[in-house]
Every structure is written in structure tokens, then in C-alpha cells.
Ligand binder design. Structure first.
Ligand SMILES: [Zn+2]
Length: 478
């Protein structure tokens, strides 16, 4: 009986939404109105519960949780917030926010609510169990990744310059039109813009535009503009002296052309010298943490206060410390195959003492940079660089290790959460994500314990709600 009622209710709700949008388009069609009014009244008459709920269809009041809004400041200890039509409609304290007639109530006492997380730098669609490469780049695999992100409480993720073909744009439109409820939103930078030496058949940059001339750089940006890409990706890295990085006149052309077209530029660059030149050229986003930050660089950041630095700490950090893999955290067991888990365990166990020592030094350099940038008030967002070639950056999971990495580096849990919610949403232009506030999309995570006392509590996920839909969190391992 319960099942039948739910099914009918869901069906009615769907039809209701359908009716609403059709009503806007076809208000003049009187025959249509009469026919459907009859259908609605028949349904309402058939079930009293439905007629009560229909006053505020789908509205839910969540009460009692500690609420971290993502806007900074102290958490709201006994919060209440109302979700209706996929959005937060009211946010406040328990007792102050009333449930309208017909709304259902969810008691969240003893839990903590955070805004859903946002991963501002990933590579979507390449990883599939033990393999990684363009052969896996299919609709099914991309949607599988977005399901994994959702499982981990991530509301959106930005594929950073590894997409190709029509598929990313089709999927972007489907999400923008409200498709794929219960999955994280897929965002694309389209093809990246890389120097020829970065492009190889086996790496993700096979998808990139090879940028060799100023004219070519401008043409690539123009093409991305026509595809309505708003954030583009380029690479300026000499890979430890192994290659010649993208020349300044080329990245200056990319940035100037992008800005002229209202687009922003994210760059893979980690060296302070490149970072300085890129800031002077007007770059908008650093897709990785920069090392060896000095006073001159801090001054340049202060002159460009809107520039965001993303973290991407997973690779260097796990060389030094990855307590979550041995034994594997339950969330990893639920989402990653035993073979893939074993591969990472073996890789870490078989590292040479020299590699670990090198990793420790690298991590300490990163920590110094993070502390200096944070102290100077530079905006830090979270990008995991997950889904890359080695297959060790488990999709979705890395968002939680990244939060831990930031706290290990010296940020407070509250600062790390702001980085992974509000700042990451801002940098992607997702103005309806990143905080729990009236009018924003209802994307949030309910945790069994507060991450303010221990950041690893972000892994104690009780439920995930994206765009007002509760995510089905059955394990997503294949
Ligand atoms: Zn990347």
C-alpha cells in the first residue's frame, strides 16, 4: 500500500511539474486545461494524503542539525531550513522556520549539515577500474563518475580541459535543463590549450588544442567561446626542466582573447616564476597549488584579489601519508574495486626510501605555500585533479582527502570547508551552489558528526541531497 501510494505520489508530482511548465507555454489551450484539471481531481479524490501534500508538493522542513552555511562565521547550532522546488526557501533556527501546510519534516538532531562539496578541477570519464584513457570516455562512464561524486556529497565537478567531441556539450546541456537528478553536475572546459610537447597519444592532453602560434591560440579560444565554455584550461609547466613550457606570448594571447570574449582562464602552473608572469598577464585561476611562494608573488596576488588557487594536493600528499588505504576506508570499499585498491596499496608500499623522502620535502614546500597564501588572504578553492591517469585519485573520495590535506597543512576545518564549498562554487561561476542560503539550490550533505571537530567526519555521510533530490547512496562499485 505504502509503495503504491509513493509511486502514485511521485507520478502525480512529476505530472504536476509537467503541467506547470506546460501551463506556462499553453495557457491559451482551454481544452488541455479542462482535461488535466479532471485528471488531477480524480487523483486527488483517490487518495486523501495526496490532496494534503499537494498544497506544498515536495516541501520538506529539516530541523535540529548543526548547520555550517559555508558563508563563514559560527555554525547555527539548532537549525531549520525549508526546501521547496529544489531550493532552500528559508534558513534559520529551529522554531523560527515553520513548516507550511502539507510539508513533510525531517528531524536531523545530532547531525551536522554542510553545503554540498564542489570539485573545481577533475578529469571526468577517463578512469574505469584499472584502466584510464580516452577509450573509456563514454556517456555511460561520465555519468558513472557523476554518480560517484554524488555518492560522496559532491554537487558539481569541473572537467579541466580533457573533454573532446560533442558529448561534453550535450551532457552539459542535459544537466542545465535539470536532467540527471541525483547526479553531480557535469561542467566542461572543453578541450584544453597545450603546447605541442604536452600532447601525447596516451595522456589526457591528447584531447587538447596544440597551441603553436598566436593566431592558433586565438582561434582555439574563439571556438571554445562558440561552444559557450566559460572557463578554459591551459598548461604552463616545464615539467622539472624536461620540456619548454607554453611561451609567454601564447598564454598572453589566450588570456587576452578569453577576456575579450567574457571567458576566464585556468592554468596548470606550479612554479612561482610562471605564476608571477601569469598573474601579470591576467590569469584567473591556478589549477594547482604553487610552490615556493615569496613576497613578490604575495604582492601580485594582493593586486589580483579575485584570482583563486586550487589545491590538487592528493598526488604529493599520498606519497607521505595515506592512512585511509590500509585498511581501506569503508567508503573506498563501497566504491573502488579490490584490484584498484590493491594497486594503490602496492604502489605506496613499494616506494623507495628516496621517493618518500623526496615526497616529504615536496609536501613541506606545499604546506609553506598554503600557509603563506592563506595568511595573505588569497582565495583557496578545492580541485582534486581526480580521475587522472594513474588511477589512484578515486573519483569523489579525493574530495574528502583534500579537505583533510588542507587541515594537515594548517587551515582550520572551517576554512577547509569554505574552500571546498563556497570558493570552489564561485570559481566555477556556480552562484546557486556553495552555501546553504535562501534561494540557493538545495544541495547539502548530512553528516553523523561535526567536521569542525574532526575534518574526517565529512566521510560520515548520512544522506546527500542534490537539487532537492535525495541521492540514492547504494554502493557504486562495479
Ligand atoms: Zn588536471
Amino acid at each position: 500500500m505504502l509503495v503504491a501510494t509513493r509511486t502514485m505520489w511521485e507520478w502525480t508530482e512529476e505530472r504536476g511539474l509537467e503541467f506547470q511548465s506546460l501551463r506556462l507555454r499553453r495557457r491559451h489551450d482551454r481544452r488541455w486545461g479542462v482535461k488535466n484539471a479532471l485528471l488531477v481531481s480524480l487523483l486527488a479524490a483517490s487518495c486523501v494524503v495526496l490532496s494534503v501534500q499537494a498544497q506544498n508538493p515536495g516541501a520538506v522542513l529539516y530541523e535540529g542539525a548543526q548547520l555550517i552555511t559555508g558563508e563563514g562565521g559560527a555554525p547555527v547550532e539548532r537549525s531549520a531550513f525549508l526546501v521547496a522546488n529544489g531550493r532552500f526557501s528559508r534558513v534559520g533556527r529551529a522554531g523560527e522556520v515553520q513548516a507550511p501546510p502539507g510539508a513533510s519534516r525531517v528531524n536531523l538532531t545530532g547531525t551536522t549539515v554542510i553545503p554540498a562539496l564542489v570539485d573545481a578541477h577533475s578529469h571526468i570519464g577517463y578512469m574505469k577500474d584499472l584502466t584510464s584513457g580516452p577509450q573509456n570516455y563514454t556517456r555511460e562512464n561520465i555519468l558513472d563518475h557523476m554518480r560517484r561524486f554524488a555518492y560522496f556529497g559532491v554537487a558539481a565537478s569541473q572537467a579541466m580541459g580533457s573533454d573532446f567531441g560533442e558529448l561534453p556539450f550535450l551532457l552539459r546541456e542535459e544537466f542545465a535543463a535539470g536532467g540527471h537528478p541525483g547526479l553531480a553536475r557535469f561542467l566542461t572546459a572543453g578541450k584544453g590549450l597545450a603546447p605541442l610537447v604536452e600532447i601525447g597519444p596516451a595522456n589526457m592532453r591528447h584531447a587538447a588544442y596544440a597551441i603553436t602560434t598566436v593566431e592558433g591560440a586565438r582561434a582555439a579560444v574563439e571556438e571554445l567561446s562558440r561552444r559557450r565554455v566559460t572557463l578554459i584550461k591551459t598548461w604552463v609547466d616545464d615539467r622539472g626542466g624536461a620540456i619548454a613550457p607554453l611561451a609567454p606570448e601564447l598564454y598572453r594571447a589566450i588570456i587576452a582573447e578569453a577576456h575579450a570574449r567574457g571567458m576566464r582562464v585556468a592554468v596548470h602552473a606550479t612554479a612561482a616564476a610562471h605564476a608571477k608572469a601569469l598573474l601579470r598577464a591576467g590569469v584567473d585561476v591556478f589549477a594547482h597549488m604553487i610552490v615556493d611562494v615569496d613576497e613578490e608573488l604575495v604582492t601580485l596576488f594582493k593586486q589580483h584579489p579575485d584570482v583563486v588557487v586550487l589545491t590538487a594536493l592528493g598526488g604529493p600528499r599520498r606519497i607521505v601519508s595515506a592512512p585511509w588505504i590500509s585498511p581501506p576506508h569503508p567508503l573506498i570499499r563501497e566504491t573502488v574495486s579490490p584490484a584498484q585498491i590493491r594497486r594503490l596499496q602496492d604502489r605506496l608500499a613499494n616506494q623507495s626510501a628516496q621517493a618518500v623522502e623526496q615526497g616529504r620535502k615536496e609536501w613541506e614546500r606545499l604546506v609553506r605555500s598554503i600557509r603563506t597564501l592563506a595568511a595573505a588572504g588569497v582565495k583557496i578553492g578545492i580541485g582534486t585533479d581526480g580521475g587522472g591517469q594513474t588511477g589512484d585519485q578515486f573519483v569523489g573520495w579525493t574530495m574528502h582527502t583534500e579537505l583533510e590535506n588542507l587541515v594537515d597543512a594548517g587551515l582550520t576545518p572551517a576554512q577547509a570547508l569554505t574552500a571546498g564549498t563556497r570558493v570552489s562554487a564561485e570559481v566555477l561561476g556556480l552562484l546557486d551552489l556553495g552555501t546553504v542560503a535562501a534561494g540557493k539550490s538545495a544541495d547539502f550533505v548530512v553528516l553523523e558528526a561535526s567536521p569542525l571537530s574532526d575534518i574526517t567526519n565529512t566521510r560520515r555521510i548520512a544522506r546527500v541531497v542534490l537539487r532537492g533530490h535525495e541521492v540514492n547512496r547504494t554502493p557504486v562499485q562495479r
